[in-house]
Design a protein around this ligand. Structure first.
Ligand code: NDP
Length: 336
């Protein structure tokens, strides 16, 4: 059973060498009398919270990985053997699995069963999985969007951002995204239907960039990066604007977070609200009802960046922090 193992807790921001790929053994039958399932892992999601779990003390509210054991994360798997009445051999599921070829899952009831397989299975690591639910909950539940509003999204070509932008366009909003390369700017404008996009690395004055794209201000800011971008967005909100704090990837690798000017919230009566995707998992079937027809009709598209094999896992995770992923990053472990 090939696995991606945490060698030791990372000192400072994690490096690829804090992980290693090695082979262990696993019994592919569920122990007698147990409620567990044994699965073959197919796709693994690479997510920005994961390096924090490689540190002993993390402030993200997720359990740290265990040194010497396989790391874990969201993924898609196929049931090989089941002791649980709700699961049978051949079922496809998504949820928290080990970064390994096969896993013994002792809490299968925390998984979602995959019922719709006419769309790519890998989508359940992104669009139809955790990232999709993040975009859906964060945009519709936290931002309360209205037709015609002006929406700004940072890390806009990523797993979450590309979907928020498309949701906003479907709502009839004006949508602008910031990204870190020309290739990603083109992707937003030509494939994902954003009205405008800019490369934040080429803007020496983010405040001026936002004024250029939002001369009358921003109604909704979907925050993925934090730091200087949040500061610039705060200064460009319209009266009664909303900011969904989804994440702040620019801050995760810093020892000291950058400061922002929160007094702007007062002057502009801005509502800023953080959220965690699991708050919205109870809406999953409503989310599928909304999204699946749009995917089938081609009204929603999704850009994936698939790395092959567990060996590529460490660089796939850490590549999220230099923007080398174009779209949702995931690792393909095996074919169904
Ligand atoms: P992405 O697919 O967007 O990948 C990360 C991207 O972030 C990179 O490609 C890069 O794009 C950008 N980035 C990396 N470093 C920086 C930096 N220093 N400054 C600006 N941009 C940077 O990731 P996700 O869509 O999966 O996640 C987006 C955000 O959502 C993250 O903050 C994550 O923590 C958060 N999140 C929150 C959840 C919740 O429950 N609240 C659940 C899931 C995700 P570029 O080339 O454009 O710079």
């Amino acid at each position: 059973n090939k696995q991606v193992i945490l060698r030791h807790y990372a000192k400072g921001f994690p490096k690829e060498t804090d992980l290693k790929v090695s082979t262990g053994t696993i019994h592919l039958k569920v122990p007698e009398g147990s409620n567990a399932v044994v699965v073959k892992n197919l796709y693994l999601s690479c997510d920005p919270y994961m390096p924090s779990c490689m540190q002993e003390d993390n402030s993200i509210g997720m359990p740290s990985f265990t040194p010497g054991s396989a790391i874990n994360g969201y993924g898609v798997a196929k049931v090989l053997d089941s002791g649980h009445p709700d699961f049978k051999e051949g079922d496809l599921i998504w949820g928290m699995i080990g970064w390994e070829e096969y896993s013994l899952i002792t809490t299968p009831e925390t998984f979602f069963k995959i019922e719709h397989t006419d769309v790519p299975l890998s989508y359940y690591t992104g669009l139809l999985g955790m990232a999709g639910m993040t975009a859906y909950g964060g945009f519709f539940e936290v931002c309360s969007p209205k037709e015609g509003e002006s929406v700004f999204i940072s890390a806009a070509s990523g797993a979450v951002g590309q979907l928020v932008g498309q949701f906003a366009k479907l709502m009839g909003c004006y949508v602008v995204g910031s990204v870190g390369s020309k290739e990603k700017v083109d992707l937003l404008k030509n494939k994902l239907g954003f009205n405008e996009a800019f490369n934040y690395k080429e803007e020496h004055d983010l405040d001026a960039a936002l004024k250029r794209y939002f001369p009358e201000g921003i109604d909704i800011y979907f925050e993925n990066v934090g730091g200087k971008m949040l500061d610039a967005a705060l200064h460009n909100m319209r009266l009664h604007g909303r900011i969904a704090i989804c994440g702040m990837i620019s801050q995760y690798s810093l020892d000291q977070p950058e400061g922002v000017d929160l007094m702007c919230l007062v002057h502009k009566r801005t509502r800023m609200e953080g959220f965690v995707v699991t708050d919205y998992f109870h809406l999953y079937s409503k989310f599928l009802d909304m999204l699946l027809p749009s995917i089938r009709e081609g009204k929603i598209v999704y850009v994936e960046d698939i790395a092959e094999g567990l060996e590529s896992g460490p660089s796939a995770i850490l590549g999220l922090f230099n923007g080398s992923n174009v779209g949702k990053k995931l690792v393909k472990v095996a074919c169904e």
